[in-house]
Design a protein around this ligand. Structure first.
Ligand SMILES: Cc1ncc(COP(=O)(O)O)c(C=O)c1O
Length: 377
């Protein structure tokens, strides 16, 4: 019998977090300048295999900067996954543009590549291409980006990856697209966006990162995130910028968290494997893995059919954190008038999907308890 509640997904601060933060306090570098910001960017670039990484205040800000740097402006459109957390699409609106939502595919729960290509072709025929495609790697599962990369190249539309949930996820050498195979998520498109919110693979309390292979773009993203101030003592700003810098304190935590990422990913994979066994016994569908990809298994999610809400009630009563998956963005108040390319799969995921406890700190006893409740619910 478990006595304390089991959270859905909480931070695991078991490494050098305290030591590095104390170093910031001792040196008085607590704000947006300091050695840990540079070190976190360097370590992150090395880990993801991205030539450049630019830290920022959170994942939403990263997406906002990425869209802005791609020239998204009032009256533009952006192709966006319908099935995602709302922070993916809100920045499209911050810029006065409109999302066009594309449904998921069942193989990965991400953007359906065929529908995405068809949507781009339809936009091209109408003489109004979107300013960007914003693809999400949902719940840590890499999207089937190969056909989308080709279509984006064909129409010269930049691809932005929302990898907020997917740090550490990657495409293997077997993924059937030479430009994508072997890459980590966030390093396939023009810009990758990551989040270090408290429940993410690694956390800085709140934080984000942009990745890109383009040195000039990296410089511009940094410039935009630091009030577009030109170097030097004088306060000269050459455009409207943003105060989207990450603090040295947060970056110190990020450096410590990144040191432990392989442990986090391994634990999450083990947790997912246990839940997948329960799902097989119960006839439920655990989040499928697209062939040629290795997911980060951020949230442990499955489709359990019409009994979803009943199951959440049972789990909640047993002190187990469980949440439904997101509603399609096209059904949210702010986006009701947006164009869609299918909503069927996103609606099914929203109606039948739930997420289960999956913190890297989840103990075997806690995992046994959740599995036992699921087996008998
Ligand atoms: C898919 C997705 N995109 C963007 C974000 C935004 O990240 P943040 O909370 O760091 O702003 C999140 C998480 O919160 C997310 O899950």
């Amino acid at each position: 019998m478990m006595t304390s509640p089991i959270p859905l997904c909480e931070p695991f601060l078991n490494g050098n977090e305290r030591r590095y933060i104390e170093d910031c306090l001792a040196t008085n570098f607590v704000s947006s300048v300091g050695a840990y910001v540079d070190r976190f960017e360097r370590d992150f670039a090395t880990y993801t295999g991205s030539p450049h990484a630019v830290a920022c205040v959170n994942g939403t800000a990263a997406i906002h900067l990425a869209l802005h740097a791609c020239g998204v402006t009032a009256g533009d459109t952006v192709l966006v996954s319908d099935f995602t957390f709302i922070a993916t699409a809100n920045p499209v609106r911050y810029l006065g543009a409109q999302p066009i939502f594309v449904d998921s595919e069942t193989a990965s729960w991400n953007l359906d590549p065929a529908r995405t290509v068809a949507a781009l072709e339809a936009c091209a025929r109408a003489g109004r291409l979107p300013r960007a495609v914003l693809a999400v790697h949902i719940l840590g599962q890499p999207a089937d980006l190969g056909p989308i990369v080709d279509a984006c190249a064909r129409f010269a539309v930049p691809l932005i990856e929302d990898a907020a949930e997917a740090l550490g996820a990657r495409y293997t050498a077997a993924y059937p697209h030479a430009q994508v195979a072997g890459r980590q998520v966030g390093t396939v498109g023009l810009i990758g966006c990551f989040s270090f919110n408290g429940n993410k693979i690694i956390t800085t309390g709140g934080g984000g990162m942009l990745t890109t292979a383009d040195p000039l773009l990296a410089k511009r993203l940094k410039h935009l995130s630091t009030q577009a101030k030109l170097p030097g003592l004088a306060f000269v700003h050459d455009e409207v910028g943003f105060n989207y810098r990450l603090t040295n304190l947060a970056a110190a935590m990020g450096v410590a968290q990144l040191e432990q990422i392989e442990v986090f990913l391994a634990r999450k994979a083990a947790i997912a494997a246990r839940y997948a066994e329960v799902c097989a016994r119960r006839g439920w569908t655990y989040h499928p893995v697209l062939p040629g990809t290795v997911p980060s298994r951020w949230l442990a999610s499955c489709l359990v059919g019409v009994q979803r809400d009943h199951l959440i009630e049972r789990l909640t009563a047993a002190g187990i954190g469980a949440r439904p998956l997101w509603l399609p963005l096209s059904s949210q108040a702010a986006f009701l008038s947006c164009q869609t390319h299918g909503t069927e799969i996103a609606t099914k995921l929203a109606t039948e999907g739930l997420s289960l406890p999956c913190s890297a700190s989840l103990s075997e006893a806690q995992l046994d308890h959740v599995c036992a409740v699921l087996d008998h619910a």
